[in-house]
Design a protein around this ligand. Sequence first.
Ligand SMILES: [Zn+2]
Length: 235
Amino acid sequence: MKEPISAINLENPDVAITMPIEKPRICPVCRSENCANSIIHLYYSNDNPAVFDRPHDALHSLYYCNSCHEVFLRRSRLFSDSHNHYWEDSSPIFTPRRNTPMQFPDAISALSAKFVEIYHQAETTEALGLYEVCGPAYRKALEFLVIDYCCSVAPEQTKAIQSKRLADVITGIKNESIKTLANGAKWIGNNETHYENTNDSNAYLEMKLFISTLINIIISEPVIQSASRFYKGSK
Ligand SMILES: [Zn+2]
């Protein structure tokens, strides 16, 4: 949705231009929709259209989110023609960087150090607002978690498991809860890599929930098995 704004010339604050610009639909901090409110717009511009692609021909827009109460900055390229008609081309959004890495149980770090490493990299891309690539990154982390888990269950089949497709590895999992969560996360993650992505824009958050639940079940399995041995021993 476009909204009319008034942008102040940074080189001459007495000069302002009005123009319609596209309002950010999603807050890059909390991912809420339609919560961004304009605070201020500032621009640099050249009179000569031939040089309008110089990097500093930019519109800087500051927004406030009603939902998370954070502010974020969007930088757009600013174009003008000889009649002083302006238009913008939205580009990167800069957000306050919030990266609180997930703390994994020691058992998960021991099970798959590579999963932990990739997951933290995915978190970094998410914190930078790179939402187009954090989904596939979480998908890659999932693959390491699931394959390393299956290798730990059947260590004698490690080589065979590591050479299989993730879908085939998941098919062989006996624990139905783990199988369901792995399939759900894989489905979302695969979609994130496709040209035609049918996920909604926050689907990767669902994938993260599936992965964290998967972790809880994986670390609880040996505890349940131990309890089961006690129970059988008491009969
Ligand atoms: Zn927000």
